[in-house]
Design a protein around this ligand. Structure first.
Ligand code: FES
Ligand SMILES: [Fe+2]
Length: 396
């Protein structure tokens, strides 16, 4: 392990300052440097619990899909016992990948495409062609190597390094916060993929403040007052807060009208608010009265990020004869594109000779908490509850 990150420790002090007025944004190299990006991939992505998407995409026994997390490859496999397992994507013979990254198959076994070794869905080696004459060879000695995988509320997470805290500790009180929406019972009704010329942290920071809403999001401000809401006190590796809906709006849509149904577990207050939470490092969850939107990142480089945006609805919505998820996805696609333009502009500005580190507005307290979490991670190697929040439990 190489700690700290390739950023001068003194440069992190202003981001970790306990004084709100004296705190400054992260240094530009955090968004621009190839070395910092490589370090983040190893320590923030391979080293944390990274979201790989919805678990229902691997629902049937025999479903298999290969992913890359940083520089690591992991194969997810649904077993006959319905458990989801992760295996490092390297054959126990001579290391060929068991499945190409991004590929999906449904098979009764895992079969290496190189010399056709066959593994059971639970990882045991079941067949090795023409190894019968190899002295001392015992199939029991060559199972696939398991990676840490958890399913949480309908999403799949992997910790490639094996060194992150237990998931329940990592996610902390976010579980309790989002429980009323029961994300595990929602289905994906719409999705958009974006490629954004901006650092993954710029996208996260933009998500965590509405200081920019009056200037770039007219449609959003028509349904939610941009200065409403408060930040939550996290006890885990997340940051978030809520915003209120205007009296005339049922949800976030172009007209404020919902074409879905209210999620069954919400109380009257939750049905008048939208919650915005970001679980480090790559999942943003936006909880609406009638749907849940997620943004999941896959960083490609310091200045390029892939983002998958999904809209999830409760099963009851399908019973509405006029149900059509586009009332939600069209609204957010407009807002997303406004945000991506801003993020790409910030990324260009970060590379300017005239770039200097700026202060935070009081409505950017979640950006400050996120940046402090990142700066603390650069310095100590621990990613958990944002240090500014730990120091100031009164944030709520
Ligand atoms: S590398 Fe997989 S069977 Fe040879
Ligand atoms: Fe925005």
């Amino acid at each position: 392990m190489t700690w700290p990150a390739p950023i001068a420790p003194a440069a992190l002090g202003p981001t970790l300052s306990a004084s709100f007025g004296e705190a400054r944004t992260l240094p530009p190299e955090a968004y621009l440097s190839d070395e910092v990006f490589a370090w983040e991939r190893e320590h923030f992505f391979e080293g944390s619990w990274v979201c790989l998407g919805r678990a229902d995409r691997l629902k049937e026994p025999g479903d298999q899909k290969a992913f890359r997390i940083g520089s690591e490859g992991v194969l997810l496999v649904r077993g006959k016992d319905e458990a989801l397992r992760g295996f490092f994507n390297a054959c126990r013979h001579r290391g060929h990948e068991l499945l190409e990254t991004g590929a999906f198959v449904n098979r009764r076994a895992v079969k290496c495409p190189y010399h056709a070794w066959v593994f059971g869905l639970e990882g045991r080696l079941a067949g090795a062609p023409r190894f019968g004459d190899v002295p001392g060879f015992d199939k029991a000695d060559y199972p696939l190597i398991e990676a840490r995988v958890v399913e949480w509320r309908g999403w799949v997470f992997v910790n490639a390094s094996g060194e992150a805290p237990e998931f329940s500790e990592y996610v902390g009180n976010l579980d309790e916060l989002i429980a009323p929406w029961e994300p595990e019972r929602l289905f994906v009704a719409a999705g958009h993929d974006y490629v954004i010329a901006a650092n993954w942290k710029t996208i996260t920071e933009n998500y965590h403040e509405c200081y920019h809403c009056p200037t770039i999001h007219p449609a959003l401000c028509a349904v939610t007052p941009p200065d409403s809401g408060e930040s939550f006190p996290p006890d885990g590796a997340w940051v978030g807060g809520n915003m209120e809906l205007r009296g005339s709006a049922e949800t976030m849509s172009m007209t404020g009208e919902s074409k879905g149904v209210r999620i069954r577990g919400l109380d009257d207050r939750q049905a008048r608010e939208v919650y915005y939470v970001g679980l480090f490092p790559n999942l943003l969850i936006s909880l609406h009265p009638d749907y849940v939107m997620t943004h999941r990142f896959d960083p490609e480089g310091p200045g390029e990020s892939k983002v998958e945006c999904l809209w999830l609805f409760p099963p009851e919505a399908k019973q509405r004869p006029d149900f059509d998820p586009s009332y939600a996805s069209d609204f957010w696609d407009v807002t997303n594109r406004e945000d991506w333009m801003a993020c790409e502009s910030v990324q260009r500005g970060l590379g300017s000779r005239g770039m200097r580190r700026g202060p935070f507005a009081s409505s950017e307290d979640e950006v400050r908490a996120f940046q402090a979490l990142v700066a603390d991670g650069y310095r100590t190697g621990r990613v958990g509850t944002p240090p500014q929040v730990r120091a100031q439990p009164a944030l709520s």
